[in-house]
Design a protein around this ligand. Structure first.
Ligand SMILES: Nc1ncnc2c1ncn2[C@@H]1O[C@H](COP(=O)(O)OP(=O)(O)OP(=O)(O)O)[C@@H](O)[C@H]1O
Ligand SMILES: [Mg+2]
Length: 235
């Protein structure tokens, strides 16, 4: 059974760039081992929010806690070591190494081979073990990077637009394996692709001009009139 203590708590998190408010007073909690999605139009502040959680960008005000540990103000390295892994939009894998060698680089030295095999299977790369990363199609490179993040056995996995540039089939396969991570790791996915978000069927947070305008199950979000207006450019 999972506990009810949030793994991640954002409390009035804000970020300004000069006088521009990129993220304003975001307060949200993320339960352990749950799947979450953050959506919103271009420039809504999604990446900025993710950057603040993983420590690549300092908060302007507010606080972020990992369990009961305050993490805003810690370096990105320290936050990663606490168990928050992040995948950037552009895959950053070691091009000249094979899939398995990439895993060996990212995984802690004492990693159990059985766990690495399970992760390879999760991200659909079992048959590509010996393939050099540079020879992988774009979609599998994205999966390799998600797999590499998983080898660190994080408590929280942050993904910024993991389906960018993927085919419909690859997008659907991604939704399937991310759903399979429920109960294993807390996942926060930033996405644009509504078909993908629908397939994830996760708790969804909607950002607009840096503020949370709605939060709840995707089925509710999809029928929220304000959210629809925002996506249709009416607000
Ligand atoms: N380093 C920066 N300096 C100045 N403004 C920035 C900086 N980073 C982001 N912004 C601005 O903050 C706003 C939010 O940007 P952010 O990248 O978080 O949006 P996003 O929701 O991820 O958008 P997209 O869907 O296009 O990726 C944008 O208006 C952007 O121009
Ligand atoms: Mg972004």
């Amino acid at each position: 059974m999972t506990s009810n203590i949030p793994i991640l708590t954002l409390n009035n998190v804000s970020r300004t760039f000069g006088t521009f408010k990129a993220v304003t007073d975001v307060s949200e909690t993320f339960g352990p081992d749950e799947l979450n999605c953050i959506i919103g139009p271009n420039g809504a502040g999604k990446s900025t929010l993710l950057n603040m959680i993983c420590g690549t960008l300092p908060v302007s005000s507010g606080s972020i806690s990992f369990g009961e540990t305050a993490i805003h103000g810690l370096s990105g390295d320290k936050i990663a070591r606490l168990g928050i892994a992040r995948k950037f939009q552009v895959p950053s894998v070691f091009e000249s190494l094979t899939v398995f060698e990439n895993f060996q680089v990212s995984a802690p030295a004492n990693s159990d081979l059985a766990i690495l095999e399970e992760i390879l299977s999760t991200v659909n790369l079992v048959e590509d073990l010996d393939v050099t990363a540079s020879d992988l199609p774009h979609g599998k490179k994205q999966w390799l990077e998600i797999g590499m993040a998983l080898t660190m056995q994080p408590k929280v996995l942050l993904l910024d637009e993991p389906t960018a540039g993927l085919s419909a089939d690859e997008t659907s396969a991604t939704a399937k394996f991310l759903r399979g991570l429920v109960g294993k790791v807390t996942v926060v996915v930033i996405e644009h692709d509504m078909a993908f978000v629908r397939e994830l069927g996760a708790r969804t947070i909607v950002l607009h001009h840096g503020e949370v305008i709605a939060s709840g199950p995707f089925s509710e979000i999809e029928n929220n009139e304000f959210v629809r207006d925002v996506y249709l450019g009416r607000r």
